[in-house]
Design a protein around this ligand. Sequence first.
Ligand SMILES: Nc1ncnc2c1ncn2[C@@H]1O[C@H](COP(=O)(O)OP(=O)(O)OP(=O)(O)O)[C@@H](O)[C@H]1O
Ligand SMILES: [Mg+2]
Length: 277
Amino acid sequence: MIDDGIKNDKSIDRDTQSIREQEQQKVHKVSVKNLEAWFGTKQALKNINLDVKEKTVTAFIGPSGCGKTTLIRCLNRMHEMTPGGKAKGHVIIDGIDIYDINIDPVIIKRRIGMVFQKPNPFPTMSIYDNVAAGLKLNGIRDKRLIDEIVKESLEGAALWNEVKNELGKPGMGLSGGQQQRLCIARALAMQPEVLLMDEPTSALDPIASSKIEDLVHDLKKRLTVIIVTHNMQQAARVSDDTVFMYLGEMIEHNPTKKIFENPEKELTERYISGKFG
Ligand SMILES: Nc1ncnc2c1ncn2[C@@H]1O[C@H](COP(=O)(O)OP(=O)(O)OP(=O)(O)O)[C@@H](O)[C@H]1O
Ligand SMILES: [Mg+2]
């Protein structure tokens, strides 16, 4: 009797633990496990392990050359498109390993959008076509549906009001900050679940940067954002969690408040207080 009771208690414990583990897994939109990356023989990322919660903003910080761009490019399999680029390990999005050989990289790029450091609208296309291009490529032909998604995406990128009367004009005719929001709209049109942003405001003035920061804040209601930034204030303003990287390794991953007020690692403290980097 007593033995049975003990066994039951243990199995209840195990069940509770397994439910808890499942719950924890569920809130992780992105899980990186034992990720390594190379450029030819040069190793750029070493044993990265990282869990990113759904509908949060995570900032990657660290000195130039520490591997922030490489890491973000590994999260949608873009790194391997660089000549000599090679990656090993696992990046699990919603329980699916995007490095699984059976996964179609096109689907990955649709689910995981990317915005680059320099705004890069398609040079010959109008504002409208820049946003619609991906939809058309994916075989969507319904003009009304495309119109709707273009409008929603430009609204989502906080650009609609500025361009709604000139959708036919060239995307390249916009200001730098507007071009970057156009690129965000282009990414949003694919309805990604994760948006990767590599220093999206480094080419912008403070007003344009602040618009992008507000936008990031809004976007996390709908999707998971990972943003690389050299600007500590920006990381502190926009992110929930911060990852500090150094020489290809992830040194610390903690809530942003903790990283900036009371970091766990001495190296993080030295970097954020401007002692190197
Ligand atoms: N195309 C490439 N070919 C060879 N090595 C590269 C290439 N791109 C980056 N690297 C090297 O990989 C390492 C990581 O670079 P990465 O661009 O990821 O750094 P980063 O943290 O984004 O730097 P930054 O803050 O300057 O953008 C660096 O040592 C860099 O020199
Ligand atoms: Mg970089």
